[in-house]
Design a protein around this ligand. Structure first.
Ligand SMILES: [Zn+2]
Length: 234
């Protein structure tokens, strides 16, 4: 069941290590099935080197394991909360990538200083509020998810969890991994300072890639000028 999704989630988890966003067993990636009935997530405490698609745990939307012999990531409930509040999110990535985590530990947003950030995030990366003692003691992972959802927006697909680390999302698995890698790069650059990006530049860079009239990248075949017309013009 969901063999393709398990393979993709396994590869995405391993990518965290390849991009040096995690060490040992920290961090996790999950993705939701197309019908949004099941979540595939990294098992708890398993190293990335030994991870196989068969190890990936499949749960229902309530977190009950429906496939797999291992325990799911302890952060499962955080992921479930994000999927339930954001119906367009297809993948959730949690890392302890060092520079983004420095900002999370300082409880400081990552200011948008340039177009590297604006190409993926429409502004500053927000930080969650501190969790109350009761939230930590009663239902920590779910409370973390709720705190993330208080500040998460689809056009800034990353949140720094206060004193913890980043949770990054995407509308696809590759998109979420991409966002996690860019987040670490912009955190590294922002730690060296900068000047806040002017809004028109932020707007231009974000919208040319993600807006309804985006034009970044290659046009689809049917949007291109016919070859014969091009030849005539030349
Ligand atoms: Zn963590």
């Amino acid at each position: 069941m969901l063999d393709t999704l398990k393979k993709e989630v396994c590869a995405a988890n391993k990518a965290l290590q390849d991009y040096r966003l995690v060490i040992f067993t920290e961090g996790n990636v999950s993705a939701i099935s197309d019908d949004r009935k099941f979540i595939a997530i990294k098992p708890s405490g398993i190293s990335y080197d030994s991870l196989t698609p068969e190890d990936i745990v499949v749960t229902d939307r309530k977190g009950n394991t429906v496939e797999g012999n291992l325990e799911p990531s302890t952060d499962l409930k955080t992921h479930l909360e994000i999927y339930s509040q954001f119906p367009k999110i297809a993948c959730v990535v949690h890392t302890h990538s060092p520079y983004a985590t420095i900002f999370a530990q300082r409880r400081e947003p990552i200011m948008c200083f340039g177009t590297t950030q604006a190409d993926s995030f429409f502004g500053d990366i927000p930080v969650t509020r501190e969790l109350r003692e009761k939230e930590i003691n009663d239902d920590y992972e779910c409370s973390t998810g709720k705190a993330i959802c208080e500040v998460l927006t689809m056009n800034i697909p990353a949140v720094l969890v206060a004193n913890h680390g980043p949770f990054v999302v995407g509308t696809s698995i590759s998109g979420a991994i991409n966002n996690a890698v860019v987040l670490e790069k912009v955190a590294f650059m922002a730690i060296h300072g900068g000047k806040k990006i002017p809004f028109p530049l932020l707007n231009k860079h974000y919208l040319r890639k993600h807006g309804s009239e985006r034009y970044y990248g290659q046009k689809k075949i049917d949007q291109r000028e016919p070859a014969s017309k091009k030849r005539k013009a030349a």
